[in-house]
Structures are given as structure tokens and as C-alpha cells.
Design a protein around this ligand. Structure first.
Ligand code: GDP
Length: 534
């Protein structure tokens, strides 16, 4: 009993230390730079500036692998873990693509909070908006970091208004910038008017920045910052005190308010105080809702429930030396131990979780134990699918992961017909990973692919080329929405600009040129049902 209680105590303490989050941003807002600076301030790296070649087409994930090779940091291509003060931080990688990516959405399901990075000159951009909506849907609390304050940007009050209006959330600045562009000198914390003044380091932002701490009144008296820079700060602070949103942690956790911070990830101005606030404000793993077999909802407590986890991402061939697939699991409850026997709920069988690892690159480091909020990679011998729940107790399933309706469709074929077998194998793997959805013509002759964004097709073709040595030709199809057809396909009166196909599970799907066509088809076929996919 005493031992059990100690172990429970350890588990509760380990859970309370975890902060599992993702960064959401539009490309170029500074996600990679911020990631690197978080590592700098966590003490994992001593100098920043290793994340190179990104603009040469590499993704952040491969940057991380490069970093891991250099420094031996514990990284998977999906998540990296680092300590900061008393916290253990798990940063999930959300590929910063221009386009929609289902992968990113699924990854967000594994996060307990998100940091929204906004470029001070650009404000809220499209990708940020889309990702923010996913956070709202999943009730993931969001912290906002207004980045690139060292460059000429929009007035901070304008940015507040834009965040509130574009995202329909209250914005509550925790600190406020003193100057911007080349005048960006520091930040003042609104609650106590304490100021941090920064001095540029000799090495740009490669090392931590020097900070001078003082109170606002002393700064004003000192004359260290010119009056034309100070005046708007005083004006804004007064205005915010009168008209601004008060901050409450509960409201933040509830998704009603986003705390806002100002910084420059490049020069490190404001990064440390942001990180301090992040570990204080961001939630640790909490109970997750699951469905019991009888259909009732059931909260899985991270500490009370023995080990459970779910698969949020699959990825094959991450390492050319190991041709295999990795299932990434988010630990939701209990303590994970290597070689543990668990129940695989969908397959209703016992599996042993051997060879778990926390990084995938040239070398793998084996995970001995993991706690709620942690991400583990398991070599996946075809056992796992996205959304699978595993646990030691069984009897429930975590909520299904969001699926998005495909919006673009194409016909795909190998250029060399002799490569058909490799093509089919690759397609099957990609579909299993959720890169794209695969459909077939009713006569089975054509392979069709469906996706939410064009990028998914690019990824598909790239991976077929590099991992399966198959060159492919993609012909875009003029459809933009789809629906599952219920009823006899033979009597279905298809409107023009539509096509009847079947999905991977053999269900009949109708593709439509636009929503209007879908409505016409519904009207014309009262004896059939057309159910939205997704
Ligand atoms: P990502 O696409 O969001 O990962 O953005 P990156 O971190 O790669 O940054 C895009 C570009 O903006 C790079 O050239 C960075 O050096 C630059 N950048 C990032 N943060 C800042 C900042 O705070 N100030 C300035 N001046 N440049 C920044």
C-alpha cells in the first residue's frame, strides 16, 4: 500500500510537471526560431543558430533531426522533450506548411495548449486562423506571442484588436512592448509595472540576452528610453487598464481569453519571461474524454487510470536504414514502462510495447518510462491505425480524431506500369497513415486520391518517389466535395459534373463539382441518402 501510494505520488508529480503543447503559426512567423530559442533558454543548447537549410525545403522535423544528431537531444520527428525549471516540456511538431494538412490537425489533438506566434507586421494570417479554429474546436487554450518586435510592425493596440476580431477571442496582454522596430527596448509587465530592459548581445540572438530589471517609474525617471518612445507606452497602459480585458487563468483554460506577450525570437528579447509565463499558465495533462463500450462518456484521469494512450500519427520510412513504420502515441494516463503488455482495443488483443523510442533519426534512444503528456514512438508492425486506443485496463476508446472533408481530388497512376506493385504498396501505406484518402473507380481500373489540401498530393508523390521509387502522374479532377451514397448506386441519378466511386472500405462515394450539384443530386434522388464525408 505504502509503495503504491508513493508511486501514485510520483505519477501525480510527473504529470503536474508536464506541459505538452504545439506552436501554431503561419509560415515565416518565426516558429522554428522560437523553438530554437526555447531550447536555448532550457539550457539544452548553448548557442542558437543551428537550424539551417530550412528554406532549402527541409521541414522543421528534419531540422530537429539534424539538431538531435549534433546535440543528442531527445527528439522524435513528432515531438521533442526538454526540461525548463521544474517543468518537462513536450513540444509537438506541427509541420509549418502553407496548406491544410490533416496531420497537423491530428497532432493538435495531442496538445494540452498551443502557442500562437504572430508576426507583428502581418497580424493574423490565414494558416494561423485555421489552426486557431482547430484549437477552439478541441478546447485547447492558446497563448499568443507577437513576434518580430525588433522590426517595424503594426501598433500593438491594433494587433490586439485584430486578434480579438479575427479570432473572436478576448486578448489580454500580460506584458506590453517598450518601443518597436529598432527602438524595441524592453517589456513592461502590466500587473506590477515591472520592466525588463534588454541589451543586444554581441552574437545577435545566438546567446541569452542581458536583462536589466526595474520598475516603470524608475525607468521613466532614468531617461534611458527617449520620451517619444515612453509616451505611447504610458498611454497604451492606461487605456488597457481602463478598457482592456482582465486576465483570468480559468478563462484562458476555458478558451475565452488568450494571454498576449511581445517578443523578438531573433534577438531573444522577451523570450525568457514568455517561457516563465508559459510554464506557469499552460495546463498540465488533464482528464480526457473516452467512450465506454456501452456508448457512455467516461473521463480518463491521468493519474487515477492506469496506463492508456492513443495513436495520433503514423509515419513510415522515417529512417532510410530502417524500413518500417512508427506509431506515435500520446500517453493519456498512468505510467508507461518499456515492454509493457497492453490491450489493443480495436483488435481486442494483447500487445507488448517493446522497442519504444523517443527519437527517430540515425539512432534511436529507448524510452524506459513515460508519463501523461509524453509522446512515444513505437515501431509499428502493421498493428496500429490512427486513433487506436491502447491501455492496461481496456473497456473504453478515446474520442475519434477529427477528419476533414476532402476538397480536392485527382487521378494518380505510375508512369511505368511495371511499377504497379510498388505503387499499390506505397498507396496503401500512405492511406493508412492518413496522408491522403484513396478511392477507386467502380470498375477498379483507376486510383483516385482525395485530400484537404494540395500539399498532401505533393507529399504523396514525393514519398512514392523517394520511398517506393515510383514516379507518378497526377491529373487533377474538377470536384470539390463528396458524399457517401446510401441506396442502390444503379438507380442513382447522377447530376452532370459528378462521379461515382468507392472508398477504401468499399463504400460508394459521389464526387461533385460543387455544393450546388450536391443539393441538386439530393433533390433528384429522394430514395437515396448523401451523407457528408468527414
Ligand atoms: P517559421 O516558418 O515560422 O518556422 O519561421 P522561421 O523561424 O524560419 O523564421 C522566418 C524568418 O523570420 C527567418 O528568416 C527568421 O530569421 C526570421 N525571424 C524569426 N523571428 C524573428 C524576429 O523576432 N525578428 C526578426 N527580425 N526576424 C525573425
Amino acid at each position: 500500500m505504502a509503495i503504491d501510494q508513493t508511486r501514485q505520488g510520483e505519477l501525480a508529480a510527473a504529470t503536474a510537471r508536464r506541459r505538452t503543447f504545439a506552436i501554431i503559426s503561419h509560415p515565416d512567423a518565426g516558429k522554428t526560431t522560437l523553438t530554437e530559442k526555447l531550447l536555448l533558454y532550457s539550457g539544452l543548447i548553448r548557442t542558437a543558430g543551428m537550424v539551417r537549410g530550412r528554406k532549402g525545403g527541409k521541414t522543421a522535423a528534419s531540422d530537429w533531426m539534424g539538431m538531435e544528431q549534433e546535440r543528442g537531444i531527445s527528439i522524435t520527428a513528432s515531438a521533442m522533450q526538454f526540461p525548463y525549471k521544474d517543468a518537462i516540456i513536450n513540444l509537438l511538431d506541427t509541420p509549418g506548411h502553407q496548406d491544410f494538412s490533416e496531420d497537423t490537425y491530428r497532432t493538435l489533438t495531442a496538445a494540452d495548449s498551443a502557442i500562437m506566434v504572430i508576426d507583428a507586421a502581418k497580424g493574423v494570417e490565414t494558416q494561423t486562423r485555421k489552426l486557431f479554429e482547430v484549437c477552439r474546436l478541441r478546447r485547447i487554450p492558446v497563448l499568443t506571442l507577437i513576434n518580430k518586435m525588433d522590426l517595424p510592425g503594426r501598433p500593438p493596440l491594433d494587433l490586439m484588436t485584430e486578434v480579438e476580431q479575427a479570432l473572436n477571442i478576448h486578448a489580454s496582454p500580460i506584458n506590453w512592448p517598450i518601443g518597436s522596430g529598432s527602438d524595441f527596448a524592453g517589456i513592461v509587465t502590466r500587473a506590477d509595472h515591472r520592466v525588463q530592459l534588454f541589451s543586444k548581445t554581441a552574437h545577435g540572438g545566438a546567446t541569452k540576452v542581458d536583462v536589466a530589471n526595474m520598475v516603470l517609474a524608475d525607468l521613466e525617471r532614468s531617461g534611458r528610453v527617449p520620451p517619444d518612445v515612453m509616451e505611447p507606452v504610458q498611454h497604451d497602459l492606461e487605456l488597457l487598464d481602463i478598457a482592456g480585458n482582465p486576465f483570468s487563468r480559468d478563462q484562458f483554460l476555458n478558451g475565452d481569453v488568450t494571454p498576449v506577450f511581445f517578443a523578438s525570437a531573433l534577438t531573444n528579447f522577451g523570450i525568457e519571461s514568455f517561457l516563465d509565463a508559459f510554464v506557469t499558465l499552460a495546463p498540465c495533462p488533464s482528464a480526457r474524454l473516452a467512450d465506454r463500450e456501452d456508448g457512455s462518456e467516461y473521463p480518463i484521469d491521468p493519474v487515477e487510470t492506469p496506463f492508456s494512450a492513443y495513436v495520433f500519427k503514423l509515419q513510415a520510412n522515417m529512417n532510410p536504414k530502417h524500413r518500417d513504420s512508427t506509431a506515435f502515441l500520446r500517453v493519456c494516463s498512468g505510467r508507461f514502462e518499456r515492454d509493457m503488455m497492453v490491450t489493443h482495443h480495436r483488435l481486442n488483443r494483447e500487445v507488448r510495447l517493446s522497442r519504444p523510442h523517443s527519437l527517430v533519426a540515425q539512432e534511436r534512444s529507448t524510452v524506459e518510462e513515460a508519463y501523461p503528456g509524453d509522446i512515444i514512438g513505437i515501431i509499428n508492425p502493421g498493428l496500429f491505425a490512427i486513433g487506436d486506443t491502447i491501455s492496461v485496463v481496456g473497456g473504453f476508446n478515446f474520442k475519434p480524431l477529427p477528419q476533414f472533408q476532402p476538397e480536392i481530388f485527382a487521378r494518380l497512376r505510375p508512369t511505368d506500369v511495371g511499377k504497379r506493385k510498388a505503387f499499390d504498396k506505397g498507396m496503401e501505406q500512405m492511406a493508412q497513415e492518413g496522408t491522403v484518402q484513396i478511392m477507386r473507380s467502380l470498375n477498379d481500373l483507376d486510383s483516385l486520391v482525395a485530400a484537404v489540401g494540395r500539399l498532401q498530393f505533393d507529399v504523396l508523390q514525393y514519398r512514392l518517389r523517394h520511398e517506393y521509387r515510383v514516379e507518378t502522374v497526377l491529373d487533377a479532377l474538377p470536384f470539390s466535395c463528396s458524399a457517401w451514397l446510401g441506396g442502390d448506386p444503379a438507380t442513382f441519378k447522377a447530376p452532370s459534373a459528378s462521379m461515382v466511386v468507392k472508398d477504401q472500405r468499399g463504400r460508394v462515394v459521389v464526387l461533385f463539382g460543387d455544393q450546388v450539384m450536391k443539393t441538386i443530386a439530393r433533390d433528384r434522388n429522394p430514395d437515396h441518402t448523401l451523407r457528408d464525408m468527414g
